[in-house]
Design a protein around this ligand. Structure first.
Ligand code: FPP
Length: 227
C-alpha cells in the first residue's frame, strides 16, 4: 500500500546553535549549516509529494537575541533570497512569507517581498518561511481586524484573517533539537496537527530522518475528536 503523505508539513528548525557549539564553531556556522539543510530538506519534501512546507526561520521573540547573531542571520537571509528566488521560480515552487517584516531590516524585507513576487506563479509546491513570526501576535492582529470590520467571526472566517489564509492547516509539525514545545508557532493552525519530535539538532536532521517522521505520521490514527 502506498504511504500516506502529509499535504502540509511545518518544521521548527531548532538546534543550530547547539550543533555549532558541539563542534566548537560560532553559532553563525550552525545557522549556515541549517540553511543548507533547509534547502535540501524542502526539495526532498516536495519530491515526496508534500504540497506545503512551512519553516520557522525566525520568531518574533528571536529578535531579542544579541545583535551579532541577528546580523549573521540577516546576512544569511540576504544570501538565501538573492540566490534562491530564481532557483525556486525555476522549480515552480511558490515562496510565501508569514510574520512581521517590519521587525527586520528594510533591505531584507525588500528581498523577501521580491522573492514572493518572483515565485508567484509557482504551482509545484508552496514554501512558507515564518520570519518575525509569532502565533499570538498573528491571532491578536486578526482579532483587531475583525473588530475594525465590526464583524462577528466563526472558525472559518477567522482562519481567513490569518497570514496563513491560503494554506491548509499543517498535518504534521516536526520539531528538531530535543525540546518538546510549540514556541508560539502556528498556534491556531495546529489544532489537529500531528507532532513529531526529533532529538537531532536541525543541521543533522537528514532527509532519511524526514522520511521516518512521515512514516510515523502515516501510521497514526487521526480522529479529529471523533471515535
Ligand atoms: C533555532 O536554532 C534556529 C533559528 C533561530 C534560525 C533558523 C534559521 C535557519 C535554519 C537558517 C536560515 C534561514 C533562512 C530562511 C535562510 P537555535 O539557534 O535556537 O539553536 P539552539 O537552540 O541550539 O541555540
Amino acid at each position: 500500500m502506498e504511504e500516506l503523505i502529509p499535504r502540509h508539513v511545518a518544521v521548527i528548525m531548532d538546534g543550530n546553535g547547539r550543533w555549532a557549539k558541539k563542534r566548537l564553531l560560532p553559532r553563525s556556522a550552525g545557522h549556515r549549516a541549517g540553511m543548507n539543510r533547509m534547502i535540501s530538506l524542502s526539495d526532498h519534501a516536495f519530491s515526496r509529494g508534500v504540497e506545503f512546507m512551512t519553516l520557522y526561520a525566525l520568531s518574533a521573540e528571536n529578535l531579542s537575541r544579541p545583535r551579532e547573531e541577528l546580523d549573521a542571520l540577516f546576512s544569511l537571509f540576504r544570501e538565501y533570497f538573492l540566490k534562491n528566488a530564481a532557483i525556486l521560480e525555476q522549480k515552480g515552487v511558490r515562496m510565501k512569507i508569514i510574520g512581521d517584516l517590519g521587525l527586520i531590516p528594510a533591505d531584507v524585507s525588500d528581498l523577501v517581498r521580491a522573492g514572493e513576487e518572483q515565485t508567484r506563479a509557482g504551482t509545484k509546491g508552496t514554501l512558507t518561511l515564518a520570519i518575525g513570526y509569532g502565533g499570538r501576535q498573528e491571532i491578536v492582529r486578526a482579532v483587531n481586524e475583525a473588530v475594525r470590520r465590526g464583524e462577528e467571526v466563526d472558525a472559518g472566517s477567522f482562519s481567513a484573517l490569518l497570514s496563513t489564509a491560503e494554506l491548509p492547516d499543517p498535518d504534521l509539525i516536526i520539531r528538531t533539537g530535543k525540546e518538546k514545545r510549540i514556541s508560539n508557532f502556528l498556534l491556531w493552525q495546529c489544532a489537529y496537527s500531528e507532532f513529531y519530535f526529533s532529538e537531532k539538532m536541525f543541521p543533522a536532521f537528514t532527509n532519511a530522518d524526514f522520511d521516518r517522521a512521515v512514516a510515523d505520521f502515516a501510521a497514526r490514527d487521526r480522529r479529529y475528536g471523533k471515535i
